[in-house]
Design a protein around this ligand. Structure first.
Ligand SMILES: NC(=O)c1ccc[n+]([C@@H]2O[C@H](COP(=O)([O-])OP(=O)(O)OC[C@H]3O[C@@H](n4cnc5c(N)ncnc54)[C@H](O)[C@@H]3O)[C@@H](O)[C@H]2O)c1
Length: 251
């Protein structure tokens, strides 16, 4: 039997790099995947890539910064599948600016698309998760663990740091209901969004110097950890973060 046979897994941001690979891998391992994205075109591409291999996903176009839209998505997924077993808060959109130039709009945009969104999905999935227990997997970042002189990370560090703190709280409140909450902090991962920058030879050389394992990560490096987090093998993991960055933060 496949590991997630008949398990209902909600994944946000399935039109993007990590979300697409997560949708594919969970569906391949038997899960009923509900994948949402604000970008209908890329989410449909994800669906096509799954279908090409005989897999499926229930796609929805949702703006995760709109609480009514999120409530509608989560409740309709629970109604269609009868349950929610796993929620993967993966979607994000940030504006990178230093304190000198960041605007109030940049700040609010980042909070809306990286933190409000995660609160809304978790809030509306909570009553469903409470029924039989489940897992919330929040995708944070190494930006939660250190600052950066290269990128203007003002708002992004705040949201990703908040995700670690909120994960701890969800774990404490969820434990009596057998709800686990964990976070994963990826380092530099090669996705369609980062490929252009990472294929620049100068950037590539800098990365090789700064990442002990000498390479950027692949989406599958993170998705395999999401799958572990969702599995029974991770049954005693809750309330903490796992950094998966090729050793970059350790250096
Ligand atoms: N790629 C990396 O190097 C890296 C590093 C550290 C952390 N992360 C984290 O991993 C996660 C996935 O990253 P990725 O590289 O796959 O990103 P990505 O940009 O490829 O995908 C993110 C997806 O989220 C969607 N999205 C954004 N705002 C939304 C909204 N309001 N409503 C619905 N959908 C929305 C986007 O349309 C996009 O498809 C993010 O949380 C990101 O912060 C990525």
């Amino acid at each position: 039997m496949r590991q997630f046979e008949s398990k209902t897994v909600l994944i946000t941001g399935t039109g993007g790099g990590l979300g697409r690979v997560a949708a594919y891998q969970f569906a391949a391992d038997g899960a009923i995947v509900h994948g949402c994205d604000i970008n209908e075109i890329t989410n449909q591409e994800t669906l096509r890539s799954l279908k090409a291999d005989g897999l499926s996903m229930m796609p929805s176009t949702v703006d995760l910064g709109d609480s009514d839209a999120v409530s509608g998505w989560v409740n309709s997924a629970a109604k269609k599948s009868g349950n929610i077993d796993v929620l993967i808060n993966n979607a994000s959109a940030a504006r990178f600016s230093t304190m000198d130039i960041i605007t109030v709009e940049d700040w609010q945009y980042t909070i809306r698309n990286e933190l409000d969104s995660l609160f809304y999905t978790s809030k509306f999935a909570w009553p469903h998760l409470k029924k039989n227990g489940g897992v919330i997997i929040n995708i944070a970042s190494v930006a939660a663990h250190h600052g950066s002189t290269a990128a203007g990370n003002t708002a992004h560090t705040a949201t990703k740091g908040a995700i670690l703190a909120m994960t701890r709280q969800l774990a404490i409140e969820g434990a009596p209901y057998n709800i686990r909450a964990v976070s994963i902090s990826p380092g530099v991962i090669m996705t369609p969004g980062t490929a252009a920058i990472l294929s620049d030879p100068a950037v590539h050389e800098t990365l090789k110097k700064n990442i002990p394992l000498g390479r950027a990560g692949q989406p599958s490096d993170i998705v395999s950890i999401m799958m572990f987090a969702a599995s029974e093998a991770a049954g005693y993991w809750t309330g903490s973060d796992l950094i998966v960055d090729g050793g970059m933060t350790a250096k």
